[in-house]
Write a protein that binds this ligand. Sequence first.
Ligand SMILES: [Zn+2]
Length: 438
Amino acid sequence: MHGPSLLAAVIALRGATLVDGTGAPPIPNSLLVVENGRIVSVGAATPDALAKLPAAAQVIGEDGKWIVPGLIDAHVHAESDADLKAMLNWGITSVRLMAEDVAASQRLAAASRTRADIPEIFPAAPIFTVRGGWWGRDEPPDANLNRFASTPDEARASVRKAKELGSREIKIMLDDMAWCRAPLPALPKTSPAVLRALLAEAEAQGMRSIVHAPNLEDAKAAIAGGATSLAHGVLEPIDDATMAVMKARPVFYVPTMDIFEFLADTHGFVWRTLGDPRRPLVAADGTVVSPPGFDDWLLPDTLERLRSDAYAALYRERFPNFENVKRRLPALRENLRRLHAAGVPVALGTDMWALPGAAIWIEMQLYVAAGLTRVEALRSATRTAARSLAIDGDRGTLEAGKRADFLVLLSDPPAPRDIDGVWKAGVRVAPMQTRRGP
Ligand SMILES: [Zn+2]
């Protein structure tokens, strides 16, 4: 689908309520002016502002709609190109992609700069772990370096090689997975010495480091070693001293609330999130009705697979400690609320392989449920996520000079429906074509 920007140099979107992503109040009856993929100006559609538009400008009326920055998911994996396409379709214009192989992720990132059908990709690669540990059993190695480094020297050499191959950020697994997998045997995890070497070398090379460490003890070790982000929420209450360090440095907190909700109760999560909370799932005569929320946008076979008992059973088998995850949900919510209130930067991330793209809208709602305002939840998915990737000079907010990555919505964000248009670098690239279609 070709965007109107191919037809006119200057495009002005007029009349929408605009949320700029800075945390500022929405601008009613806004005027967003775009040229050459960049934002020229953002403000109110006053007669004065309209009079200043060039005569050749294409003015698009967006009355009754909302405009928000393109969303940024700070924790994704992609099993296929289709996953990346789904993300863009759901309004995600940039992602931190966790990847095993540095060179392959760099190639994909380079391609994403010119492709109009996927978000722009910012890799965190490689994923360091130990052999037999989480992400070290079935997942591929890196062809050019050892991502299963077992000594500090190997660890340092691998980080330097990653830098050489273009990586700006590494990911480290630090988790025996007992919290979700017991009574399955605990997995071996990265040793303290290797962890320290990976983090120290990344810092020495000017690279960022994001650590998967849902247990508080591991999270604290990661923070002490110099991690720049935590890839997941933390399962136990975070103490004030740790919060203070996270705020001061800062250490970005990527909650991935949806993953914990998903593992706690896969069947319930699917049914709750694919339904519309304002409408009943069960009709008056007792028959289950098709919820009119997300399912309008998902393919029937996807829906059927996600909703099946077999799907939930598969996750119970893989992650049998779901009762423990369920018990931890209040602490996860409270950590998110407290960290946010204390000024620790919360960067939205989903890690949600089951619902690529759609999950970001669920994740924002989970932040609202944990006590953030809607504008704050949106900011975590825009400006703060951009900051966590050090791309906030160019994106994450709607401000003059930044890239014109934005969404036009038919309803007040973050209501998870009715995306009217996804604009990437000033071009309308995704009108949600998947609706009930092939
Ligand atoms: Zn992950």
